[in-house]
Design a protein around this ligand. Structure first.
Ligand code: SAH
Ligand code: SF4
Ligand code: F3S
Length: 470
């Protein structure tokens, strides 16, 4: 294969494992195993990265806790997608100063997408002096080495230079669940949508070898995982750097041929690269869940062009038609941004009309948030905040109505659902998912967790379905 993106050599990975062993030896001399807390913000990619961090920490002899209070080591895995997310992180990191005063030996690490923003790294350097280690997502695999440096030097370590990134295979992983699992198939993004920070903080697009991915999926199925989500910022770009003729539809089809009872999902698909071939594979392969998240961002072709999305309103609608022609029951979800700089009321109305026309099963709605260093942050943005919020509320109200109607249509049907966990609600102690990923609350034996069961759908809300296992 003629790969055009770098892979970290295995002896480098082995070196990290050796550092883990050094730290484990050091930690085993303490009276009790030290406790680590990993707090995760942002997308599924970050959730998956945190499972690697926990895997490495476990190798280093840490035990996991779910609060910062009794932690000897805190890792905050951050997200930079919108300002609100960043404010929340900075607030929470600021508050950690009190705990550190009580326990000066506590180590505080900040990683993830915010660490890769220059102005944030600077802010942490100057104003958050209780943070010991800051590192970006491209050097996640070096965490053992960086942490060791903090211990040895007893000083602060910043590893936040911009990096294109590489592929690191063979890191230890500690998964959070026993039913659902994430599998990263690629990293980074080359699309440079004008509003988006991801290509700047996550580096260039690069794909894992198909064999490594398929091995990982097979091992998960053998361990009893039933719901496997393939992750990438744009899975439809998968394989472009491999030069071996394996693209995403081909990978998906090979993954679906792995024996066993399980479902495959994937996140996220960029509409410009979602092809009829992908839809054919979805329709053909029973193990590929009938659901796709296809962010449209705006219903106005002018705004889409300003966003550098690479498709028009009509092209998006054509893709949806091609998809539904092959998979009439497909569950379709999307992302949309309200208040992109220069978006007029009329252009916003086109977003409403697209939502009315497509009738998504669910929609993730975001108010535009200017991100430092992106082209959209420099555009004139004359619309008042109040008007944007009013538009936002109109869109949410429309989608809520559609979501409710879509859910009402399930009542009286029987769905083969995967029971994927326990819920807090004593009347409906189990959570399950339809094949298309809709949330179902039901009452039943805890033993059902991890099993596919037929569920009679009896009631619904805007957010969920209510059913009875048969
Ligand atoms: N790679 C995914 C999206 C990741 S970010 C994709 O392209 O589909 C998830 C969503 O956050 C995006 O789809 C977009 O709707 C929203 N988003 C990204 N940057 C934003 C910004 N600056 N302001 C508001 N919403 C944003
Ligand atoms: Fe951001 Fe666009 Fe890449 Fe998605 S495809 S991560 S929205 S730049
Ligand atoms: Fe946030 Fe980074 Fe994901 S910015 S959405 S955690 S890729």
């Amino acid at each position: 294969m003629n790969r055009t993106t770098p892979v970290i050599p295995q002896d480098e990975i082995q070196r990290q494992r050796d550092y883990c062993n050094d730290l484990r030896a050091r930690n085993s001399q303490l009276d009790a195993p030290p406790m680590a807390y990993v707090d995760t913000y942002g997308c599924q990619q970050n959730e998956a990265d945190s499972e690697l961090l926990r895997g490495m920490l476990t190798e280093m002899g840490y035990e996991m806790t779910d609060t910062d209070r009794d932690a000897d080591l805190i890792v905050i895995n951050t997200c930079a997608i919108r300002e609100h997310a960043e404010q929340r992180v900075l607030g929470n990191v600021g508050a950690l100063v009190h705990g550190k005063r009580r326990n000066p030996n506590q180590i505080i690490c900040l990683c993830g997408c915010m660490a890769q923003e220059e102005h944030i790294a600077e802010k942490l350097r100057v104003s958050y002096r209780h943070v010991d280690l800051v590192f970006g997502p491209q050097v996640l695999w070096k965490f053992p080495e960086l942490l060791r440096r903090v211990y040895l030097r007893r000083g602060r370590v910043f590893e936040t230079q911009r990096a294109d990134g590489a592929i690191a295979e063979g890191l230890p992983v500690r998964r959070s669940g026993k039913v659902k699992a994430w599998v990263s198939i690629m990293y980074g993004c080359d699309n440079f949508c004008t509003y988006c920070i991801v290509p700047y903080v996550r580096g260039r697009e690069r794909s894992r070898e198909p064999e490594r991915i398929l091995e990982e999926i097979q091992a998960l199925v053998e361990q009893g995982y039933k719901d496997i989500t393939l992750l990438g910022q744009n899975v439809n770009s998968y394989g472009k750097d491999l030069g071996g003729g394996v693209d995403f539809p081909a990978l998906l089809e090979r993954a679906a041929a792995i024996p066993g009872e399980f479902l495959l999902r994937f996140m996220t698909s960029h509409p410009k690269d979602a092809t009829p071939r992908l839809f054919d594979v979805m329709a053909r392969c029973e193990k590929v869940a009938p659901v796709i998240h296809l962010p449209f961002q705006s219903g106005s072709t002018r705004v889409l062009r300003a966003m550098n999305r690479g498709y028009t309103r009509e092209e998006y609608l054509d893709k949806v038609a091609a998809l539904r022609e092959r998979l009439p029951q497909v569950v379709l979800t999307s992302d949309v941004i309200v208040g992109f700089p220069g978006e007029s009321t009329q252009e916003f109305e086109q977003t409403l009309s697209l939502v009315e026309q497509v009738r998504f099963d669910a929609l993730f709605t975001f108010l535009f948030s200017p991100r430092e260093g992106t082209p959209a942050a420099k555009l004139p943005d004359p619309m008042a905040k109040e008007e944007k919020s009013a538009n936002f509320n109109r869109l949410v109200a429309l989608q809520n109505q559609i979501s409710l109607e879509k859910h009402q249509a399930y009542i009286g049907s029987v769905q083969r659902c995967l029971v994927d966990g326990l819920s807090q609600d004593p009347r409906n102690n189990l959570n399950a998912r339809t094949p298309g990923g809709r949330l179902v609350h039901l009452q039943g034996d805890r033993e059902l967790v991890g099993r596919f069961v037929d569920v009679a759908i009896e009631d619904c809300s805007t957010w969920a379905l209510f059913g009875r296992p048969l």
